[in-house]
Ligand binder design. Structure first.
Ligand code: HEC
Length: 156
Protein backbone atom coordinates (compact mmCIF):
# COMPACT_ATOMS: atom_id res chain seq x y z
CA UNK A 1 0.00 0.00 0.00
CA UNK A 2 2.74 2.40 1.04
CA UNK A 3 4.84 1.58 -2.01
CA UNK A 4 1.89 2.24 -4.30
CA UNK A 5 1.39 5.71 -2.94
CA UNK A 6 5.04 6.46 -3.47
CA UNK A 7 4.92 5.25 -7.03
CA UNK A 8 1.89 7.40 -7.70
CA UNK A 9 3.51 10.45 -6.18
CA UNK A 10 6.71 9.86 -8.07
CA UNK A 11 4.85 9.44 -11.36
CA UNK A 12 3.01 12.68 -10.72
CA UNK A 13 6.25 14.53 -10.14
CA UNK A 14 7.77 13.07 -13.29
CA UNK A 15 4.65 13.92 -15.26
CA UNK A 16 4.66 17.49 -13.92
CA UNK A 17 8.30 17.79 -14.96
CA UNK A 18 7.59 16.37 -18.39
CA UNK A 19 4.72 18.74 -19.21
CA UNK A 20 6.99 21.70 -18.48
CA UNK A 21 8.73 20.86 -21.76
CA UNK A 22 5.66 21.87 -23.72
CA UNK A 23 5.94 25.63 -23.82
CA UNK A 24 3.36 27.65 -25.69
CA UNK A 25 4.59 30.54 -27.78
CA UNK A 26 4.63 33.86 -25.88
CA UNK A 27 2.65 36.90 -26.93
CA UNK A 28 5.41 39.47 -26.77
CA UNK A 29 5.81 41.70 -29.73
CA UNK A 30 8.74 43.94 -28.81
CA UNK A 31 8.14 47.10 -30.84
CA UNK A 32 5.10 49.21 -30.07
CA UNK A 33 2.48 48.59 -32.73
CA UNK A 34 1.88 51.24 -35.39
CA UNK A 35 -1.67 49.97 -35.61
CA UNK A 36 -2.40 50.33 -31.91
CA UNK A 37 -5.59 52.14 -30.91
CA UNK A 38 -3.45 54.59 -28.92
CA UNK A 39 -0.81 55.13 -31.60
CA UNK A 40 -0.47 58.87 -32.18
CA UNK A 41 -3.41 59.85 -30.07
CA UNK A 42 -4.35 62.72 -27.80
CA UNK A 43 -6.30 60.39 -25.51
CA UNK A 44 -6.25 61.16 -21.79
CA UNK A 45 -3.21 59.30 -20.34
CA UNK A 46 -5.42 58.02 -17.53
CA UNK A 47 -7.64 56.26 -20.05
CA UNK A 48 -4.63 54.80 -21.82
CA UNK A 49 -3.13 53.55 -18.57
CA UNK A 50 -6.41 52.04 -17.43
CA UNK A 51 -7.16 50.24 -20.69
CA UNK A 52 -3.60 49.01 -20.98
CA UNK A 53 -3.49 47.63 -17.47
CA UNK A 54 -6.97 46.11 -17.58
CA UNK A 55 -7.21 44.79 -21.14
CA UNK A 56 -3.85 44.51 -22.87
CA UNK A 57 -2.76 41.20 -21.38
CA UNK A 58 -5.43 39.44 -23.46
CA UNK A 59 -6.32 41.98 -26.16
CA UNK A 60 -2.98 43.14 -27.55
CA UNK A 61 0.21 41.76 -29.03
CA UNK A 62 2.03 42.12 -25.78
CA UNK A 63 1.19 40.26 -22.58
CA UNK A 64 2.90 41.04 -19.27
CA UNK A 65 3.38 37.55 -17.88
CA UNK A 66 3.39 36.89 -14.14
CA UNK A 67 5.89 34.24 -12.90
CA UNK A 68 3.29 31.50 -12.67
CA UNK A 69 2.57 31.93 -16.36
CA UNK A 70 5.71 29.89 -17.01
CA UNK A 71 4.36 26.86 -15.21
CA UNK A 72 2.39 24.27 -17.19
CA UNK A 73 -0.55 23.70 -17.25
CA UNK A 74 -1.24 27.34 -16.22
CA UNK A 75 0.89 28.51 -19.16
CA UNK A 76 -1.34 26.54 -21.55
CA UNK A 77 -4.51 28.09 -20.13
CA UNK A 78 -3.11 31.61 -20.36
CA UNK A 79 -1.96 31.02 -23.90
CA UNK A 80 -5.46 29.90 -24.84
CA UNK A 81 -7.04 32.95 -23.20
CA UNK A 82 -4.73 35.31 -25.02
CA UNK A 83 -5.40 33.61 -28.36
CA UNK A 84 -9.12 33.74 -27.76
CA UNK A 85 -9.07 37.32 -26.46
CA UNK A 86 -7.06 38.57 -29.45
CA UNK A 87 -9.38 36.85 -31.89
CA UNK A 88 -12.30 38.87 -30.48
CA UNK A 89 -10.46 42.14 -30.01
CA UNK A 90 -6.85 43.18 -30.57
CA UNK A 91 -6.06 46.76 -29.58
CA UNK A 92 -2.61 46.42 -31.21
CA UNK A 93 -4.26 45.95 -34.62
CA UNK A 94 -7.16 48.32 -34.18
CA UNK A 95 -6.18 50.69 -36.99
CA UNK A 96 -6.30 47.76 -39.42
CA UNK A 97 -9.94 47.02 -38.58
CA UNK A 98 -12.52 48.26 -41.09
CA UNK A 99 -14.67 51.07 -39.67
CA UNK A 100 -17.79 48.97 -39.25
CA UNK A 101 -15.80 46.45 -37.21
CA UNK A 102 -14.38 49.26 -35.05
CA UNK A 103 -17.87 50.61 -34.47
CA UNK A 104 -19.18 47.18 -33.53
CA UNK A 105 -16.22 46.54 -31.19
CA UNK A 106 -16.76 49.89 -29.49
CA UNK A 107 -20.38 48.91 -28.79
CA UNK A 108 -19.14 45.64 -27.31
CA UNK A 109 -16.49 47.42 -25.23
CA UNK A 110 -19.11 49.77 -23.83
CA UNK A 111 -21.36 46.83 -23.06
CA UNK A 112 -18.74 44.70 -21.29
CA UNK A 113 -17.62 47.68 -19.21
CA UNK A 114 -21.15 48.65 -18.21
CA UNK A 115 -21.86 45.09 -17.13
CA UNK A 116 -18.44 44.58 -15.55
CA UNK A 117 -17.88 41.48 -17.69
CA UNK A 118 -14.31 42.43 -18.58
CA UNK A 119 -11.66 41.83 -17.45
CA UNK A 120 -12.93 38.36 -16.49
CA UNK A 121 -13.49 38.04 -12.71
CA UNK A 122 -10.68 35.52 -12.00
CA UNK A 123 -8.27 37.88 -13.75
CA UNK A 124 -9.45 40.78 -11.56
CA UNK A 125 -8.81 38.67 -8.44
CA UNK A 126 -5.25 38.03 -9.55
CA UNK A 127 -4.57 41.53 -10.95
CA UNK A 128 -5.75 44.19 -8.55
CA UNK A 129 -4.52 46.96 -10.87
CA UNK A 130 -7.05 45.86 -13.49
CA UNK A 131 -10.01 46.55 -11.22
CA UNK A 132 -11.59 49.83 -12.30
CA UNK A 133 -12.77 52.40 -9.84
CA UNK A 134 -16.13 53.90 -10.84
CA UNK A 135 -14.44 57.17 -11.96
CA UNK A 136 -11.95 55.34 -14.20
CA UNK A 137 -14.68 53.19 -15.67
CA UNK A 138 -16.65 56.35 -16.42
CA UNK A 139 -13.61 57.91 -18.10
CA UNK A 140 -13.03 54.84 -20.26
CA UNK A 141 -16.72 54.68 -21.13
CA UNK A 142 -16.80 58.32 -22.25
CA UNK A 143 -13.66 57.75 -24.30
CA UNK A 144 -15.26 54.75 -26.06
CA UNK A 145 -18.53 56.62 -26.71
CA UNK A 146 -16.63 59.57 -28.11
CA UNK A 147 -14.62 57.35 -30.47
CA UNK A 148 -17.87 55.74 -31.56
CA UNK A 149 -19.55 59.06 -32.34
CA UNK A 150 -16.42 60.35 -34.13
CA UNK A 151 -16.63 57.26 -36.32
CA UNK A 152 -20.31 57.76 -37.13
CA UNK A 153 -19.68 61.43 -37.93
CA UNK A 154 -16.80 60.61 -40.27
CA UNK A 155 -19.18 58.37 -42.20
CA UNK A 156 -21.68 61.09 -43.00
C1 HEC B 1 -7.70 37.49 -18.94
C2 HEC B 1 -7.87 37.86 -20.31
C3 HEC B 1 -8.76 39.03 -20.65
C4 HEC B 1 -8.69 40.32 -20.20
C5 HEC B 1 -7.68 40.90 -19.23
C6 HEC B 1 -9.72 41.06 -20.88
N1 HEC B 1 -10.40 40.23 -21.72
FE1 HEC B 1 -11.88 40.75 -22.98
N2 HEC B 1 -12.03 38.81 -23.64
C7 HEC B 1 -11.24 37.78 -23.21
C8 HEC B 1 -11.63 36.56 -23.90
C9 HEC B 1 -10.99 35.18 -23.70
C10 HEC B 1 -12.69 36.91 -24.76
C11 HEC B 1 -13.47 36.03 -25.72
C12 HEC B 1 -14.38 35.07 -25.07
C13 HEC B 1 -15.44 35.75 -24.28
O1 HEC B 1 -16.25 36.52 -24.84
O2 HEC B 1 -15.47 35.51 -23.05
C14 HEC B 1 -12.91 38.34 -24.57
C15 HEC B 1 -13.87 39.07 -25.25
C16 HEC B 1 -13.99 40.43 -25.19
C17 HEC B 1 -14.87 41.23 -26.01
C18 HEC B 1 -15.82 40.68 -27.05
C19 HEC B 1 -17.09 40.31 -26.36
C20 HEC B 1 -18.00 39.62 -27.28
O3 HEC B 1 -19.21 39.69 -26.99
O4 HEC B 1 -17.54 39.00 -28.26
C21 HEC B 1 -14.70 42.53 -25.65
C22 HEC B 1 -15.41 43.72 -26.24
C23 HEC B 1 -13.71 42.56 -24.61
N3 HEC B 1 -13.29 41.28 -24.35
C24 HEC B 1 -13.28 43.70 -24.01
C25 HEC B 1 -12.35 43.74 -22.98
C26 HEC B 1 -11.96 44.96 -22.31
C27 HEC B 1 -12.50 46.35 -22.66
C28 HEC B 1 -11.04 44.60 -21.38
C29 HEC B 1 -10.39 45.51 -20.37
C30 HEC B 1 -11.25 46.33 -19.58
C31 HEC B 1 -10.85 43.16 -21.46
N4 HEC B 1 -11.67 42.67 -22.45
C32 HEC B 1 -9.98 42.42 -20.70
C33 HEC B 1 -10.21 37.85 -22.31
C34 HEC B 1 -9.84 38.98 -21.62
Amino acid sequence: MKINKRIILLSLIVLFGAIQLIRPERNQQTNPSRYDIFHKTDTDPLVIAQVQSACYDCHSNRTAYPWYASVAPVSWMISQHVKDGKKHLNFSEWILYPQDRQAHKLDEIIEVLQQDEMPPKPYQWLHKESVMKPESRQLVLSWASKLKSDLSNSNQ
